[in-house]
Design a protein around this ligand. Structure first.
Ligand SMILES: [Zn+2]
Length: 286
């Protein structure tokens, strides 16, 4: 079953007078959504007790929880102190994920910052190997770490790089952000064929399981020639990409991703639009 839901709480949630994340659980359930991605954008600031309470609220409402590790993680860093901090951010994200009762932790691979992309990838693998030792010794080997395709050309995380990273360990599952891929290639995703090519490439590189069960981020994103500029809402009809052909590919290839919508402020209702569009598409083939 595909799961759809928002990344973070949206503007209408706040307008409705809600403040606590746990309150999002019954609200999303009532709307008919399946997933909530908790973002630790600027740091992991949720205590054990709070995390367990949030996890219980979401479990009761049958909403899957995933987490997004802090945005500034850079596994390609040459600085050992920063590398140690990165490990800490990922381990504390996984600890919170465990308390939430979730299974998936998305993270940003990093940026070359003056190195060639190949050198940066080699540094990243060295950091990743050390990180994975820690992850396994802390008993987190049953969770999924999801490196994300990134929206700026200067960042690591094009499709090939994410495939290469995910081949290294069983517990790495790709997070394919189609908005990012479209933005970094300045509008390359025109429709069904481009979406299918991405998924086919993923299946070639990673096999069926990691493709069928991939993590997905989706939003429309404004870009320049350097890639991502800012996240938009579904009201945009300039930058794209369009979601309908993506959902057709999911249907035709029988994919079952978790889809977190990252629209700017409208992510909950845009996630609902994705889910309803998908249901309509599935009905139209029967
Ligand atoms: Zn991200």
């Amino acid at each position: 079953m595909i799961k759809f839901g928002p990344s973070g709480t949206c503007e209408r949630f706040k307008e409705a007078g809600f403040t606590a994340t746990a309150q999002a659980a019954p609200w999303l359930n009532e709307l008919g959504l399946d997933l909530f991605e908790y973002s630790f954008g600027r740091g992991v600031r949720v205590g054990d007790e709070t995390a367990r309470r949030i996890g219980a609220a979401f479990a009761k409402n049958d909403i899957e929880l995933s987490v997004h590790a802090p945005y500034f993680i850079n596994l390609a860093t040459l600085d050992d102190q920063k590398a140690a901090n990165n490990h800490e951010y990922i381990l504390s994200s996984l600890k919170a994920l465990r308390a939430f009762g979730g299974k998936r932790c998305v993270f940003h691979p990093g940026a070359p910052a003056g190195q060639t992309r190949r050198d940066a990838m080699n540094v990243l693998f060295r950091r990743l190997d050390a990180l994975m030792d820690d992850v396994l010794s802390h008993g987190f080997g049953d969770l999924w770490l999801c490196p994300e395709t990134m929206g700026k050309k200067a960042q690591l995380g094009d499709l090939d790089e994410i495939i290469e990273i995910c081949r290294r360990y069983d517990m790495l599952l790709p997070c394919i952000d189609f908005g990012h891929l479209n933005a970094r290639d300045t509008g390359a995703i025109k429709g069904y064929d481009e979406y299918k090519r991405i998924v086919d490439k993923l299946a070639d590189g990673l096999g069926d399981f990691k493709t069928v069960n991939m993590h997905v981020h989706f939003s429309k994103i404004q870009y320049t020639d350097k890639g991502e500029l800012r996240h938009l809402t579904f009201a945009d009809d300039v930058f794209g990409p369009d979601y309908e052909p993506m959902l057709e590919v999911f249907r035709d290839l029988k994919l079952e991703p978790f889809v977190a919508c990252e629209s700017a402020g409208t992510q909950t209702y845009d996630a609902l639009t994705l889910k309803e569009c998908y249901k309509t598409l599935c009905r139209s083939v029967k």
